[in-house]
Design a protein around this ligand. Structure first.
Ligand code: GTP
Ligand code: MG
Length: 355
């Protein structure tokens, strides 16, 4: 999972990046401090792994990872190449989801206006992409009429973007999803609006009207909102682990920002984890909700997908209640599942395969 941190210059992107990843990338009060993308990977917290490790005493424990990219600030006009525009847009194209940071500290914070400024740039860039694709489809349609449908579909998506709506949420038929995905539109990516508050505003954010308006706008476009106090969270992330809880409590939290945010991203992107456990390794794997057993097997190795015979599945909770895989089997809580089995979050799986 690759998450891109996006927003206007000086909104606190790098501060958020540092808070989430424990990095020390340069921040400053001047705009365009970040030129080269900052990159860091973090482990996805999953307390089930340590419970499984206690059961199996493995050589290795492997968490799923999430990668964060802190991109250059976006200048209005980026879609026309202003500021670090092209670099910025190319950076977004590579990520699986967007963390859109909105400044709500210091003097000139207007989260709704700033959101719109960035949204417009992304829409304009997408319209440009679509125009190229539509022209190509129209040309191809002269020889092959089947391309007419493609041109028409992309045309109606273009009209949607023109009216200021994101490609995300465009009602597409299942047979069109591959075509739409191939356009790699920026506004089709899942978005989490990270409102970067001053500590003072963070404490009374529930009464902060623009946040409520943002939450409504986000819900309408299939996005979510994550209020955060990035500067404070960065400070807390640098403290000794035993001191963190107290300072988190001071801003009304029990968990650090990174853990909260990753969980939200999983929800937003429709991701779940399945687990594998044995003496060599206890490990979490990330898959999409709705993935079937062979897809999950393919995450581990393509040979296991190809030679898939069956999956032996125990729900994590059942396994813990029984105390051991053998006891779970004895009680009939380990199921044998075939190719059509839809994976669930927390399934502890052993794949049987033959290549
Ligand atoms: N008070 C307060 N200041 C913050 C917060 N987050 C960032 N800042 C300050 O805002 C300024 C800009 O922060 P950066 O993290 O460098 O912002 P950026 O979005 O990465 O900026 P560019 O890379 O230039 O686009 C710095 O002086 C930070 O210390 C916050 O939550 N509260
Ligand atoms: Mg920066």
């Amino acid at each position: 999972m690759k998450l891109g941190i996006v927003g206007l210059p000086n909104c606190g992107k790098t501060t958020l990046f540092n808070a989430l990843t424990g990095s020390q990338a340069q921040t400053s009060a001047y705009p365009y401090t970040t030129v080269e993308t900052n990159l860091a990977a973090v482990t996805v917290p999953d307390s089930r792994l340590s419970a499984l490790a206690a059961m199996h005493n493995p050589k290795k424990i492997t968490h799923a990872t999430a990668e964060f990219c802190d991109l250059a600030g976006l200048a209005p006009g980026a879609a026309r190449g202003e500021g670090l525009g092209n670099r910025f847009l190319a950076g977004i194209r590579e990520v699986d989801a967007v963390l859109h940071v909105l400044r709500c500290f210091g003097e000139d914070g207007d989260i709704l206006r700033d959101k719109e400024t960035v949204d417009i740039e992304l829409c304009v860039a997408d319209v440009e992409t679509l125009d190229k694709r539509i022209a190509r489809a129209e040309k191809a349609a002269k020889g092959d009429k089947s391309y007419l449908r493609e041109a028409e579909l992309l045309g109606s998506l273009r009209a949607r973007l023109d009216s200021g709506l994101a490609a995300r949420g465009f009602p597409a038929a299942p047979e069109d999803t591959a075509l739409l995905a191939s356009c790699q539109l920026l506004t089709a990516k899942p978005v989490l609006y990270c409102v970067n508050f001053s500590e003072e505003l963070y404490r009374r954010r529930r009464e902060y009207k623009p946040l409520q308006a943002l939450e409504q706008a986000a819900a309408a476009e299939g996005a979510a909102v994550f209020p955060i106090c990035a500067a404070t969270e960065w400070e807390i992330s640098r403290m000794a682990p035993e001191d963190r809880a107290l300072f988190l409590e001071d801003i009304g939290e029990t968990e650090c920002a990174g853990d909260r945010l990753i969980r939200l991203c999983y929800e937003l992107m429709g991701l779940i984890s399945f687990l594998t456990a044995g003496p060599p390794e206890v490990r979490a794997w990330t898959i999409r909700k709705g993935a079937k057993a062979p897809d999950a097997a393919g995450k581990i190795h393509n040979d296991i997908r190809r030679g898939f015979i069956r999956a032996e599945v125990t729900a994590f909770g059942d396994l813990m209640a029984c105390g051991s895989p053998a006891a779970a089997k004895e009680k009939g809580l380990t199921r044998v599942e075939g190719r059509e089995y839809v994976m669930r979050d927390g399934d502890v799986v052993l794949f049987r395969f033959n290549v």
